[in-house]
Ligand binder design. Structure first.
Ligand SMILES: Cc1ncc(C[n+]2csc(CCOP(=O)(O)OP(=O)(O)O)c2C)c(N)n1
Ligand SMILES: [Mg+2]
Length: 620
């Protein structure tokens, strides 16, 4: 057997460079490079190997967590056909990646994490940043990656790579199993040499499979659709990952079956498609939620049925409602006692279109769909042009961005009040233009996530919609955007704190306690003094971005034009009126209210809560 002597770290980089993925006749390298931060736990191992392989790009980020977010934004925009590996030192550098790992796994996005680990040799323990255990030496902080990884391994000996790396690739390229994959790399082992078989480094092509559904279950599903009078499709992220949007368009037009979109599935059909009712669930449109309430059959495609999608199990109130789930993962296709079609969305939709060529929903249902749709579009127009004074409402800011964006531009966001507003109001023209990370809804994803999107498709403008709370949590990747010449447009909405959680707290009888960015008052001893004097524009420009302050909607629209014309990352800061909110539309979200309290408002809210919870259903 021909062998080649190299270190563990060198072998990893060489292997990663030779992994390819194939789908629908297209083939490309699976890894675009590596992101990370060096410390003593990786600089002489992975760091040295990267230096020796300049054709495998290395990008220095500012925080390991946001490095993983960047990889996720990139992978999502590539429909999971390409990603980055992420390297960190041991200890805090490694554990910084855990939040990113959870986000990747929840959103089913492939990302390879290579945290440095404590010495396998052990004689010099405890090494810097080692967490010791009195009960075992076979543990490190990297064990904390286990619950958030789809595959986890630790490489104590270089030759373990020979059996581990193929498993890494199997999981990363599996449509059903993908997520964060963690290979913990003890720092001494990274630098150790071994005679690796040359074959390990041959070019390998991994096939992203398109599984077909079980025939018997498929015919049950066809019969269930034929028997249905009020079917509804719930389009989830799997529609986009599978590139099934054309197949969905054909199926929906042919049958007249309407669709509601989850956060991850938004953009499955253009907003003005006759069957698209828009957002569904807790942050859904009136149109989708009304239709969902009475639907007798739900066809869930690529959805996990999160509580936002099901309005905490209250969205579907027809006593006879049944489910068909098309999903690559058994875990999801079996939810709600559905007819489980564990299969690829595109293949299954094509088959359903063929099998149901004679099926159409009746004209009453069609006309209800079109009138609800028309009513909803009027509501969006109203919210886009509220003309609130003296400060604009957030819905006007969204409207102004939408009006200035091109159909192919991408909007990225994750946490705050805007995910709900955007889910309802953003009008998508094309798939992969609405990029909400709402699986983990992680504050801090927006900036690196948007950078990943831009790197995946530099021809488009990419907007990051960022709350002031999120901005203060992690603005640091602006520096990396400047370093790499990655141009994004950031809209920072300054509403002096957490409008989302504040509004939630108010609705639950707690008056927005602890959610405002105000000084501690010397008399009341509470956070109810003056607004904090944060200058977001000055902060952004100090990091190297072009920054613009917009005080009115007119100024904001001008700033958007300036940002589009700018060649560098541009941050627009706009102050909005926190209390002018986009309402809910026949929806509910279960957030438990205190059962006992000395506060009257809480007692009152608890009584309403108990009543509302009665609508929650089991689907058995
Ligand atoms: C990392 C993280 N911490 C906490 C939360 C809980 N959370 C959700 S939204 C939010 C407030 C976000 O504030 P901001 O970015 O200003 O947006 P706004 O609510 O004002 O729209 C918080 C704290 C979260 N989603 N992510
Ligand atoms: Mg805010």
């Amino acid at each position: 057997m021909a062998t080649i002597r190299m270190t563990t770290a060198q072998a990893i980089i060489r292997f990663l460079k030779n992994q390819y993925i194939h789908r629908d006749g297209k083939e490309n390298p699976f890894f675009a490079g590596m992101l990370g931060i060096f410390g003593h736990g990786n600089v002489a191992g992975i760091g040295q190997a990267l230096q020796e392989n300049p054709d495998f790009p290395y990008i220095l980020v500012r925080n390991e967590q946001s490095g993983v977010h960047l990889a996720c934004g990139f992978a999502k925009m590539k429909n999971r056909m390409q990603t980055f590996a992420c390297t960190s030192s041991i200890g805090p550098g490694a554990t910084n990646m855990i939040t990113g790992a959870a986000l990747a796994t929840i959103n089913r996005l492939p990302v390879l994490l290579l945290p440095g680990d404590i010495f396998a040799r052990r004689n010099v323990a405890p090494v810097l940043q080692q967490l010791e255990s009195p009960s075992t030496q076979d543990i490190s902080v990297n064990d904390a990656f286990k619950p958030v990884s789809r595959y986890w391994d630790r490489i104590y000996r270089p030759e373990q790579l020979i059996t581990s790396l193929p498993e890494v690739m199997r999981v990363l390229t599996s449509p059903a199993d993908t997520g964060a994959v963690t290979l913990a790399l003890p720092q001494d082992v990274q630098a150790e040499a071994f005679d690796f078989p040359e074959e390990l480094f041959a070019r390998r092509i991994w096939h992203a499979s398109r599984r077909t559904p079980d025939l018997s279950l498929f015919s049950q599903a066809v019969s269930a659709i034929r028997a249905s009078r009020r079917p509804l499709i719930v389009a989830g992220g799997g529609v986009l990952y599978s590139e099934a949007t054309d197949a969905l368009d054909k199926f929906a037009r042919q049958t007249g079956i309407p669709i509601g979109e989850t956060q991850a599935g938004k953009g499955s059909l253009p907003y003005n498609h006759p069957q698209n009712l828009g957002a569904i669930g807790a942050t859904g449109t009136l149109a989708a939620n009304r239709i969902a309430r009475d639907a007798d059959l739900i066809i869930g495609i690529g959805t996990r049925y999160s509580d936002f999608t099901t309005a905490s199990k209250t969205a579907f109130q027809n006593p006879d409602v049944r489910f068909i789930n098309i999903n690559v993962a058994d875990f999801d296709s079996f939810k709600h006692s559905a007819i489980p079609l564990t299969a690829d969305a595109r293949v299954t939709l094509d088959e359903l279109s063929n099998a149901l060529h004679e099926y159409k929903v009746d004209s009453d249902y069609r006309s209800q769909i079109s009138s609800l749709k028309a009513e909803w579009e009027q509501e969006v127009d109203r919210l886009f042009h509220l003309n609130n004074q003296p400060l604009p409402a957030q819905s006007e800011v969204i409207g102004a961005i939408w009006e200035s964006a091109q159909p192919e531009d991408v909007l990225v966001s994750a946490a705050g009040s805007h995910p709900g507003d955007l889910h309802k109001l953003w009008r998508t023209h094309q798939p992969n233009t609405y990029h909400l990370e709402y699986g983990y809804s992680c504050m801090g994803y927006e900036i690196p996530g948007a950078m990943g999107v831009k790197m995946a498709d530099p021809a488009r403008e990419v907007y990051a919609f960022v709350g002031d709370g999120t901005y203060l949590m992690m603005p640091s990747e602006i520096v990396t955007a400047v370093q790499e010449g990655i141009k994004i447009i950031m809209v920072v909405v300054d509403n002096h704190g957490f409008a989302s959680i504040g509004g939630l707290s108010q609705s639950l009888g707690s008056g927005g306690f602890g959610t405002r960015f105000r000084m501690r008052d010397s008399k009341s001893k509470q956070l109810d003094g003056e607004y904090l004097p944060v200058d977001f524009a000055a902060n952004a420009s100090s990091l190297g971005a072009h920054a613009i302050r917009a005080r009115t909607i007119v100024e904001f629209k001008q700033a958007l034009q300036e940002a589009r014309a700018s060649k560098i990352t541009t941050v627009i800061v706009v102050e909005t009126e926190r209390e002018v909110r986009v309402p809910g539309y026949d929806s509910w979200w279960d957030v438990a209210v205190a059962e006992t309290s000395t506060m009257q408002d809480v007692k009152k809210t608890r009584a309403e809560y108990e009543k509302a919870r009665k609508n929650e259903r089991y689907f058995l």
